[in-house]
Ligand binder design. Structure first.
Ligand SMILES: [Zn+2]
Length: 235
């Protein structure tokens, strides 16, 4: 006697297990795929790396200007102190003042330029940081859904496998062998139901002797067209 209902139930479980498995693979791939996030993080790092040396350069320039200015003030005071009377020395001092002023102007120009670069780099870093935060929030939100789904699918999968184990003893070994053999070739659907004298999968109408054999259910009977195990279900 063929255990038609059990066989059909087994197929339903196996189809469901297969779908769960496929979806779990998709989720795993999606969770691993955080390219956008990685790129956003890299952008923040590179923006930070561009900004830091510019900030260092500004501090160095400010120090140089400060040192120069102090030297300029000192030389200037010396010049007008009246302590130095040697004309050559006085001339040298005037020349040094000129040269210090010129140098300071150059430093100020570079400083201004560098500060503008700092502003640009700082704005870029703020942008990339904001972008990273947005992407991270989005990713975590998306992942929350995926992780919840993953948990649910895994729990359902275990329950399905349990049902499968409970079902297996009620199906004959030979029938099981045929089922497993057809499964791979029939797109995970080795069992079809006789509906109005036709196969529920390929829809081909069956000959009377096939219909009789299926309804009797004494032995495995196959759809004359697609070759699936044909069963008759009363309920
Ligand atoms: Zn068929």
């Amino acid at each position: 006697m063929i255990q038609a209902s059990e066989l059909y139930r087994l197929q339903e479980i196996d189809l469901s297990v297969h779908q769960h498995h496929k979806r779990l693979e998709e989720i795993a791939a999606q969770l691993a795929d955080n390219k956008a996030l990685t790129e956003a993080q890299q952008k923040v790092t590179s923006d930070q790396q561009a900004l830091t040396p510019l900030q260092t350069k500004v501090r160095k320039l400010e120090q140089d200007i400060q040192t120069n200015t102090a030297k300029l003030k000192e030389t200037d005071e010396n010049l007008y102190s009246g302590r130095v009377r040697n004309p050559k020395e006085l001339q040298d001092m005037q020349q040094e003042i000129q040269s210090l002023k010129k140098r300071n102007q150059e430093l100020e120009d570079v400083l201004l330029e560098t500060m503008m670069s700092v502003d640009t780099a700082d704005a870029a870093l703020k942008d990339s940081t904001a972008n990273l935060e947005t992407l991270r929030a989005q990713f975590e939100l998306a992942n929350k859904g995926l992780i919840d789904e993953q948990k649910r699918l895994k729990a359902e999968g275990s329950a399905l496998l349990k049902s499968r184990e409970q079902l297996l003893p009620s199906i004959e070994a030979n029938t099981m062998k045929v089922y497993n053999n057809l499964r791979g070739r029939k797109n995970y659907q080795p069992v079809a139901v006789l509906v109005n004298q036709s196969c529920s999968v390929c829809r081909v109408q069956q000959d009377l002797h096939v219909i009789q054999a299926v309804r009797k259910g004494d032995s495995l009977t196959y759809c004359s067209s697609c070759g699936r195990i044909l069963i008759y279900r009363t309920g």
